[in-house]
Every structure is written in C-alpha cells, then in structure tokens.
Design a protein around this ligand. Structure first.
Ligand SMILES: NC(=O)c1ccc[n+]([C@@H]2O[C@H](COP(=O)([O-])OP(=O)(O)OC[C@H]3O[C@@H](n4cnc5c(N)ncnc54)[C@H](O)[C@@H]3O)[C@@H](O)[C@H]2O)c1
Length: 399
C-alpha cells in the first residue's frame, strides 16, 4: 500500500508545457504528479499558448512569476542556466505539437512525460526513442487510466491461468459528448481534435482507443495482434476524414479474436472503458465507471465481484492501493500511480539502476510508439476499404 512516504531520494524538479487554465487535461497531470509531494515539485511552466494567461495561471497555482515562461523554448533555455532548473517536463498540449516539444526537451537534457497519442507517425516515435537513449532520458506517456490497480489484478490472474487460454477480447472506450457538431464550433479543445493538421490521422482512434489498446497490452502482455480490420465513420460529416466512431476486429497470433469499439457519438453513454477478457475457463470484466470492481465469472459457478483493496487480491494490485477498503478511489489515484512510476523510472535512470527499470511496469516510449502503430494500422485498414491488414510491427514499418 502507498502512504506518501518517499520512493525516490529527492522530489524531481518538474515543469509543464501546456495544461493551462482552460485545458482539459492539465489538472489531471498535477493531481497525479503532486499527490505525495515526495515525487515531483512543480517549479516552472509554459502553461498556455497565450503567454499572459499562462503566466497569470502559473502564479495562481503557486509557481514563481519569473519561472512562468511565455513559451517552451524560453523555458528550456532559461531553466538550463539555473542550478535548480527543471529536470523533467510534462507536455500537455494538442497532439500536433508533441514531437517538436519532446525533441526540444530531450535536446535540452530533460526527461519527458508526454500526452497521447504520442506523435503522428511511428517513424517520429523511433527517432525520439533513439534521441532519448542517446541522452539517457526517460520518455513516459500519460495513459492515465492504466494506473488503476485492478488492471494489475487482471494481469496477475491471467498470468496465473485463472481464466485459462484467452479466446475473446472485447474492448470499448466510448462517450457521447460529440453526438452533434456544437462543440466542434464552440470548444477550442474539440476544434483541434477534428483538424487533421493538429490531431493527426485520426480522432477517436487516437484520442480514446490508444488508452484502451495500451490497457489491453498491460493486462495481456503476451497477446500480440496478427491482423486487424478497421471500419471508421464520420457521422458528423464535417469531421471527415477523421472519424467520430470506429470498430476494429482483431486476430491475435495465438488464435484469439477481439473487437474494439471507440466512439464520441455514443449518445448518453457515461461508462467510458469496458474490458472483457474471455478465457477457456472463465472471464474477467472491468468497467472504469466502477473501477474498484472486477467481475470474475467461472463457467458453471456463481459470478464473483472482486473488490479493490481486499487482502485476497494479488500483491501487485494492492501495492498500488492508496486509500484502503471502503474509501472510494478514482482517476486521480490512477494518475498518481502512473506519475509515481515515472518518478521511479527517472530516478533509476539517473542512477543507472537497470534492475529497477527492467521490472518497472509503466507506459514508456515503446508504449507510446505502439499506440501510434495501432492508429497507423487501423487507418491503413479503414482507408483501404475496411479490409484485413497484417499488423505492421516496428520492423515492417521501418523497411
Ligand atoms: N491522458 C488523458 O487522459 C488525456 C485526456 C485529455 C486530453 N489528453 C491529451 O492531452 C493533450 C491536450 O489535450 P487537452 O484536451 O487538454 O487540450 P486543450 O485544448 O483543452 O488544452 C491545451 C492546452 O495547451 C496549451 N497550449 C497549446 N499549445 C501550446 C504551446 N505551443 N505551448 C504551451 N501551451 C500550449 C493551451 O493554451 C491549453 O492550455 C492532447 O494530446 C490530448 O490528446 C489526454
């Protein structure tokens, strides 16, 4: 169980690019990183595309005025001159800016925590991976939901053979907030999401399903996709070629099959993620709207609901427990778990502690690149008439 005691020798000096006053995701980063005060200290930021608003916001959340910068280039240059300059920066800006900011941060000698989808192409991902290796830095990706410890319980039970051989994988991440085009006209955060120049080659496949795809890999690290077929639609026509709904069928290398539904036009839906894994003996099912519960259904026996924080759960699951049984946890704790792992990874990298890095499970640069590959494969299938395509891995994409 986590109780806030330090996991690394000294908190990391942390800065943010983006995540300002009006941003959707900025506060989630701060609740995650600053939860324990022993992992990160927020010391600097270029919080906003509008320098004045960014400065005012930074001061209001307690950052020294002279460390609230007008843009990321000034921030990296000025902080490099300080003995107590930032060591790690989080990038919480629209997708189209991730690559250039990430590259500049690594070149400035900083560790990076970046939003998903990481970049537009896996080629960019490989370039940044090489740069990070050369600089000896960590790049983490904020698949925030994946910090929910019940996913580690699923991982442990699958590894222990509790459900038998996996046959069917059902994944869903949908909401209905874009059921009409109103927000495309009125919300800054939605306008860029349907603009390919800023969002990249997809809307919901990148915005939503990269989370779910990573979570499925976390739960079933041995399951590799062999082929997929993606059918994507733009129910609001002005969003084309970007999709507001998509279905993906998957065939895995071990013969299992899967399907994923991602959508922002699932009117009225407030459930978010659903993950159901069907094995030869039993099934596991988790919904993020009841994130502290895990359904375990053994064929021929009464269904069980496993509850967060209980001693019968796997050690790996309870190690990420923060509040204890009866006290409701949620997304903030999931983000805090992810950020704590980023801190442990960065600290281990600084000390060249390869053993810790080898065993630490967190969304790293490879998970970010894998998310881009997921989008690339889905778009390739959809745009060729929704046909089955071989899932192209790193080797195939780089030749
Ligand atoms: N991990 C998650 O659960 C999650 C949730 C929402 C969004 N996201 C991702 O986070 C990123 C941001 O999404 P959002 O919904 O918060 O966007 P948003 O439009 O709500 O906010 C973007 C923020 O970045 C600032 N900004 C833009 N360009 C900048 C620049 N060049 N320098 C400094 N600041 C800049 C804006 O002023 C604003 O504060 C996207 O990549 C998105 O996919 C992730």
């Amino acid at each position: 169980m986590l109780n806030g005691e330090k996991k690394i020798v000294k908190p990391l000096r942390w800065g943010m690019v983006g995540g300002g006053r009006l941003s959707q995701v900025g506060y989630k980063h701060r609740t995650g990183a600053l939860r324990d005060h022993t992992a990160f200290q927020l010391v600097a930021g270029a919080f906003d595309i509008d320098p004045e608003r960014g400065r005012d916001f930074g001061v209001n959340i307690g950052v020294d005025a002279d460390r609230c910068y007008p843009d990321y280039k000034t921030m990296f240059a000025e902080e490099a001159l300080r003995e107590d300059g930032v060591e790690v920066v989080s990038i919480a800006t629209p997708n189209g800016t991730h690559y250039e900011i990430c590259k500049a941060a690594l070149e400035a000698g900083l560790h990076v925590i970046c939003e998903k989808p990481l970049f537009f192409t896996s080629q960019e991902g490989e370039e940044i991976k090489t740069l990070a290796e050369e600089q000896g830095k960590i790049v983490g990706v904020t698949y925030g939901f994946s910090g929910n410890q019940m996913l580690l319980q699923m991982r442990a039970m699958i590894e222990q053979g509790k459900i038998g051989d996996i046959r069917v994988v059902e994944l869903q991440y949908t909401h209905g907030f874009n059921s009409n085009d109103k927000s495309d006209k009125t919300s800054d955060a939605q306008k860029w999401r349907v603009d390919p120049k800023v969002a990249g080659p997809s809307f919901v496949l990148g915005d939503l399903s990269t989370h779910t795809y990573y979570m499925s890999q976390l739960i079933m690290p041995h399951m590799k996709i062999k082929k997929l077929l993606c059918d994507r639609q733009s129910f609001i026509g002005t969003r084309a070629p970007l999709e507001d709904n998509a279905f993906v069928l998957m065939q895995y290398e071990n013969g299992a099959v899967g399907r994923l539904w991602t959508s922002s036009i699932n009117a009225g839906c407030m459930d978010g993620h659903r993950i159901r894994i069907v094995g030869s003996k039993a099934s596991l099912e988790w919904w993020d709207s009841k994130g502290g519960e895990l359904k375990f259904e053994v064929q021929g026996e009464p269904a069980q609901t496993l509850i967060r924080a209980m001693p019968y759960l796997d050690e790996s699951c309870n190690a990420d427990e923060r509040l204890g049984a009866l006290h409701v946890e949620g997304l903030s704790e999931a983000w805090a778990n992810i950020y704590l792992k980023f801190a442990i990874a960065i600290d281990a990298k600084k000390r060249n502690d390869k053993e810790t890095l080898k065993h630490l499970v967190y969304p790293d640069i490879d998970a970010g690149i894998e998310g881009i590959r997921w989008i690339e494969n889905c778009v390739r299938s959809a745009d060729n008439g929704s046909v089955w395509v071989e899932f192209q891995n790193k080797k195939a994409l780089l030749v």
